[in-house]
Design a protein. Structure first.
Length: 82
């Protein structure tokens, strides 16, 4: 069966979880060999899964939130046409 990018994207989660049947897995593997876009989608999706499973908590540096909001406000003011 010839599959396209849409088919790969519809099954990407099940593919990562190993929940697709052998025939579909083979078709997706064949598609991934030649499709850089779907390969990138697969890598990105795997990265999101890894990041979401990471239970570490990172503390932001003191004042980070205030500096971020001030910078966003400055950037938005520069782009405001009015």
């Amino acid at each position: 069966m010839k599959i396209d990018c849409k088919h790969v994207w519809e099954h990407i989660s099940a593919y990562i979880d190993g929940e697709v049947d052998a025939a579909l897995r083979a078709d997706i593997d064949k598609h991934l060999e030649t499709c850089e876009i779907c390969s990138a989608v697969l890598d990105s999706t795997r990265n999101v899964v890894v990041l979401m499973a990471d239970d570490r908590v990172f503390e932001l540096p003191a004042g980070y939130s205030e500096r971020l909001h001030a910078r966003l406000d400055r950037e938005l003011d520069l782009k405001d046409p009015g």
